[in-house]
Ligand binder design. Structure first.
Ligand SMILES: Nc1ncnc2c1ncn2[C@@H]1O[C@H](COP(=O)(O)OP(=O)(O)OP(=O)(O)O)[C@@H](O)[C@H]1O
Length: 260
């Protein structure tokens, strides 16, 4: 059975069509990277998969059932979402933020159990945020906050984890640490869909890459298959040379810079 199936998905903000008929079937757990130019529709696509936005036409199915037929609580048990960094007005501690990830499992008028507390601790340790547990989310750097939000999504114990540019605020060590964690999660049985701006990080860490352009899919497949000069030109209007990374043997994209 497909873990995720997207069928002729179309979405518009008002009159402006942003997703123009996307098809995607995923049958195994993996890390799927989404790359594409600014405004190509990557975030909008993730929000349609999560059920936050409703398509104009077409469907998104998770484990054989239309996402719209799940209750909000059920959806949160299947899909975790790590948003782009935003503005935080509330004085929640990091521990409370991660505990929010357990809400889909806590019954009304009940408080969290030892199991919930154990899962929160485990997820905070995995993302190296446990030492922030008493700190306010507002008093963290963008990268530290991002790791707390990843911990919250993991605490949902989802089947699909959607991540929107999760490493854009992180220094290189944490980029590698978080993407390595993401790889481990995928091999332990999670489908991770991650929007990345860094094509070479996508090449390094993703099993497959989906390239978007103007609300459509340019290509989808292994990094070796889709990271071609033609596809990079088509999606980003940039010429590039593709070499093999001497370390990982994955494609390494070097954009041509016009040097004056
Ligand atoms: N809430 C909104 N209302 C109207 N238009 C929107 C809204 N959100 C996004 N858009 C528009 O939809 C298009 C796709 O936006 P989206 O954020 O999905 O692109 P993206 O590929 O994630 O971009 P980026 O790489 O810059 O994050 C853009 O033209 C954007 O201006």
């Amino acid at each position: 059975m497909n873990i995720l199936k997207v069928d002729r998905l179309r979405f518009s903000y008002g009159e402006v069509e942003v997703l123009k008929g996307i098809d995607l079937s995923i049958e195994r757990n993996m890390v799927l990277g989404i790359i594409g130019a600014n405004g190509s529709g990557k975030t909008t696509f993730l929000k349609n998969i999560s059920g936050y936005l409703t398509p104009v036409s077409g469907t998104v199915s998770v484990l054989g059932k239309n996402i719209r037929d799940y209750s909000i609580k059920e959806r949160a048990r299947y899909i975790g979402y790590v948003p782009q960094d935003g503005v935080y007005d509330f004085e929640f501690t990091c521990y409370d933020i991660v505990m929010m990830g357990r809400m889909p499992y806590i019954k009304r008028f009940q408080s969290e159990t030892k199991q919930d507390r154990d899962i929160v601790k485990e997820c905070m340790k995995a993302t190296n945020t446990w030492h922030f547990k008493e700190r306010s989310i507002r008093h963290l750097s963008g990268g530290e906050r991002q790791r707390v939000y990843i911990a919250r999504a993991l605490a949902q114990r989802p089947k699909i984890l959607l991540m929107d540019e999760p490493v854009s605020h992180l220094d290189i060590r944490y980029q590698i640490e978080i993407l390595s964690l993401v790889r481990d999660l995928a091999s332990e049985g999670l489908l991770v869909i991650v929007v990345l701006h860094d094509i070479n990080l996508a090449s390094e860490f993703c099993d497959e890459i989906l390239i978007m352009k103007e609300g459509q899919m340019v290509a989808c497949g292994s990094p070796a298959k889709v990271l071609t000069r033609d596809n990079i030109m088509s999606a980003f209007s940039v010429d590039a040379r593709i070499i093999e990374s001497p370390v990982s043997k994955k494609p390494y994209v070097i954009p041509y810079l016009s040097i004056r």
